[in-house]
Design a protein around this ligand. Sequence first.
Ligand SMILES: C[S@@+](CC[C@H](N)C(=O)[O-])C[C@H]1O[C@@H](n2cnc3c(N)ncnc32)[C@H](O)[C@@H]1O
Length: 283
Amino acid sequence: MHFKMRMTGIDAYITHALHGLYSSRELQSLTLIICKDLLGLDEIDIRLRKDIKLSDSGQRLLEQTVDRLKRHEPVQYIRGTADFYGLVFHVEPGVLIPRPETEELTDLILKENSGRIRILDIGTGSGCIAVSLAKHLPAGRVDAWDVSPKALAVASRNAGELGVDVRFSLTDVFSAEPGKDKYDVMVSNPPYIREKEKEAMDRNVLDWEPELALFVPDDDPLRFYRRIAQLGTDMLVPGGKLYFEINRAYGTEIVELLNMSGYKGVRLRKDLFGNNRIVTAIR
Ligand SMILES: C[S@@+](CC[C@H](N)C(=O)[O-])C[C@H]1O[C@@H](n2cnc3c(N)ncnc32)[C@H](O)[C@@H]1O
């Protein structure tokens, strides 16, 4: 495209270039993100479809963005940010993009806990859970583990930019030893997709998001839950709570695992789409 594009032209260019790759609803939302967040155009002008001429650099950016979207790169990586629980998190390849289900998990913790509580987030990724909890529980203390140095670098950046203090640690949950720190809440959204589920997954996830954050072996899909439940029996104070995001296929098994590990009040909860998504338990 070597002519100067007008607003209606931008719209048409995006729709034409990405036709068949994204639904019309996705195209509408992508167009808004490209125009507003990447090209810096005024949202009212976009919605009124005003005539807007792009500069040469704007035009180049538009073309590069469309090329990246053609390769199924998630728009959050292109934009460099993802919205989570009313906050804006930096994200980049190598770090999982926070999901809406995880906002529900965060919200549940905030509804059920307050004050000077100590929290440990295992597998923190972008830091979305840990940082959001720290932001909303200023009297609390939040620690967070991840085995990925990349994730921890991004999470620390997010904590700094969002003005909260979280103690991050490069820790593999399978080799971690319970130390002297005790917690009122342990939370985890661990990897929980079985390798065999890959076939049904979208390319924007499979080609771009980190395998380390997503997959567990088909023959041991509950390995993170078993390990964290075991650590929790030492690391949670009596009456302390465990919060898990889960694969909806394994609700009953995880409830059973926690009952067998001696937890009380084990509950399986649904997400907004009606899928089994969260399990909670009390030590
Ligand atoms: C599903 S992602 C969740 C990220 C973030 N908490 C969220 O909800 O968006 C799982 C995270 O667990 C981390 N992880 C994978 N294996 C781990 C291990 N053995 N010990 C600690 N963290 C691990 C991954 O690096 C990834 O950041």
